[in-house]
Design a protein around this ligand. Structure first.
Ligand code: SF4
Length: 366
């Protein structure tokens, strides 16, 4: 879809925005780490981290990330492994890969700067129209609308918009409404206030309409539709997949970890060897690696849920037979102590699994 630049014709400041901003002055969030110095780079990283993730979980990751990667250039020149390591535990790892890729493109195309135009931003990996709007309005004050989950919920309820917000027609309507409320000036405060209202008052399960600055004109409040708006995603059955993971120990306190291919689930992250769920794991290891192993224990299965399916993981603990204990590391596989493994960019369920089996903790994700 072709993106326009910043909006050319903006409506006069609406009552909606004025109320929202008045409320924000007293009740909004003003001390988030990315607000202290809202450069386009810091706001970009924070917006990517905040996708699908709560503010409280993001803060320590954001601070660590900023200490290590102070600029687009620092991020672009880092190894993907290190970026994933700092992301480990935050989930949705495609976000970290896209961030790294986009930083490299910013070096190539924009001299190492975060571009200041919606159309340029939206061509970069991981940046959609709403994220681009948030970056430009929050860091530069440009009048660009946002339509993240919080904004969608507030607008659906305030205007009584029916239909699932991710449906194309409904989404287009919400974009028009988001644009219609955008003030000519004070876009940064407006955007932050809209997001804050959605996150703190107009929450999914218990909106606090009694203290909401929009309650007078809000359709959902007037008609008692808060519980049914926004409309939920039409129901569908989420498929379940199974996999087995081989926790291979070398008899000297080390386990085998492998880096996963860049595409697919947990792309580029370190994980345990994955074996077809119905295969005989001893035969599979012999075929795959040429090593004889013995089973030393079963571990309770765990379920990890992705957006489109559940993954049931069946781990098996194995040990190399004595004569095979000196096998070497390669570029994409390493024998590590569980504690050293925790310092790699591990997929979240692998981190959990190693913590449960070996009682190790990474102290917060790096
Ligand atoms: S009045 Fe209630 S439902 Fe309407 S925007 Fe405010 S908190 Fe949300």
């Amino acid at each position: 879809m072709k993106r326009s630049g910043t909006l050319k014709r903006l409506p006069a400041q609406t009552e909606f925005s004025a109320r929202l901003r008045r409320w924000h002055r007293r009740h909004g969030r003003h001390d988030l780490p990315w607000q202290w110095k809202p450069t386009p780079y810091r706001v970009w990283v924070s917006e990517i981290m905040l996708q699908q993730t709560q503010v409280a979980s993001v803060i320590p990751y954001f601070n660590r990330f900023m200490r290590r990667f102070r600029s687009v250039r620092a991020l672009a020149s880092a190894d993907l492994d290190e970026v994933l390591g700092l992301w480990s535990g935050l989930g949705y790892y495609a976000r970290a890969r896209h961030l790294h890729e986009a930083a490299k493109l910013m070096i190539e195309r924009h001299g190492g700067a975060v571009p200041g135009r919606i159309d340029q931003l939206a061509q970069l990996p991981g940046i959609g129209r709403s994220t681009a709007g948030a970056i430009l309005s929050l860091s530069l004050g440009l009048p660009c609308p946002v339509l993240d989950g919080n904004a969608k919920r507030v607008l659906c309820r305030y205007h009584g918009v029916r239909g699932w917000p991710a449906e194309k027609k409904v989404e287009q309507k919400l974009w028009r409404l988001a644009e219609s409320h955008l003030p000519r000036r004070a876009a940064a405060v407006h955007t932050q206030a809209l997001m804050d209202l959605g996150a703190t008052l107009c929450t999914r399960s218990s909106p606090r309409c009694d203290v909401c600055p929009l309650h007078e004109e809000c359709v959902a409040r007037r008609e008692g539709l808060q519980d049914s708006l926004p409309a939920p995603r039409p129901k569908r059955k989420v498929p379940v997949r199974r996999t087995a993971l081989a926790v291979i120990e070398n008899g000297h306190g080390r386990i085998l970890l492998q880096r996963r291919p860049p595409a697919g689930i947990w792309g580029g992250l370190w994980s345990l060897p994955e074996c077809p769920p119905d295969a005989d794991v001893i035969d599979w290891v012999r075929e795959r690696f040429g090593w004889p192993v013995i089973v030393v224990g079963r571990v309770p299965a765990l379920r990890h849920s992705f957006t489109h399916f559940h993954l049931d993981i069946e781990p098996v603990r194995l040990q190399l037979r004595r004569d095979e204990r000196e096998v070497r590391d390669t570029a994409d596989q390493a024998w590590l102590t569980p504690a050293a493994g925790m310092r790699r960019g591990l997929a979240a369920p692998i981190r959990k699994l190693l913590g449960e089996i070996y009682g190790v903790d990474d102290g917060g994700g790096t």
